[in-house]
Design a protein around this ligand. Structure first.
Ligand SMILES: Cc1cc2nc3c(=O)[nH]c(=O)nc-3n(C[C@H](O)[C@H](O)[C@H](O)COP(=O)(O)O)c2cc1C
Length: 192
């Protein structure tokens, strides 16, 4: 059974990121996958300082919740990464998490992510599509560096209020479809 790990980088539970990531995972479950969500806001993920103990086969010296997350990522077949736009960037929670993926920048650990698919979910408030571009580009480049495959994007503007994405049936459908495709091992890039 395909295992999918959703990672919510918004500190706001029940917000637009949470809803969209959950829709992707619900689509994946409908298609037979096992899917679970991790809320970065509920975890301690300290900053990477580049000590590279992880490259020597040792546990991260930060000794925080990221060690369990590495195991969860290694066990997953695909990731769903969600963050709202905060000041034309990912949230500090998501950036701190991706910084810690330096763990995979060595032959010893790279197999934990190489070739795996990842979907990206990005709600934001403004109507200008360019607002989300730096965040999408951040994921495109980081995933490529990690030899992961971008399976699809759900990028939804105009999301000013908590839960507002529930009014966007088109976005919810695209999210669920992306989850189905992840579960079937396929995936096509879609943007809203
Ligand atoms: C600290 C902060 C910074 C934000 N910066 C931007 C921004 O630069 N551009 C934008 O369009 N929306 C911005 N927003 C709005 C959020 O991206 C938007 O409300 C999003 O839907 C929130 O998702 P959530 O409900 O998952 O937290 C910001 C919100 C916060 C709290």
């Amino acid at each position: 059974m395909i295992r999918i790990l959703g990672i919510v980088g918004s500190p706001r539970r029940g917000g637009n990121t949470d809803i969209l990531v959950e829709r992707v995972l619900a689509g994946a479950r409908e298609a037979g996958a096992n899917a679970e969500t991790v809320y970065l806001g509920g975890l301690t993920v300290k900053e990477c300082d580049g000590c590279h103990a992880c490259w020597q086969g040792r546990e991260c010296t930060k000794n925080d919740d990221m060690n369990a997350l590495y195991r969860a990522i290694n066990d997953a077949d695909a990731l769903v990464l969600g963050t709202p736009v905060y000041w034309y960037a990912p949230t500090a929670l998501m950036k701190g998490f991706v910084d810690r993926l330096v763990y995979y920048n060595c032959d010893r650990n790279r197999g934990g992510v190489r070739g795996k698919k990842a979907a990206v979910v990005v709600p934001y408030e403004e109507d200008d599509q360019a607002t989300a571009s730096p965040v999408v580009d951040f994921f495109v480049r980081s995933l490529r560096y990690l030899e992961m495959e971008l399976a699809g994007t759900v990028v939804v503007g105009g999301m000013a209020r908590k839960g507002q994405v529930l009014e966007r049936e088109d976005a919810l459908l695209v999210a669920a479809k992306l989850g189905q495709e992840l579960a079937s091992g396929r995936g096509t890039v879609k943007a809203i």
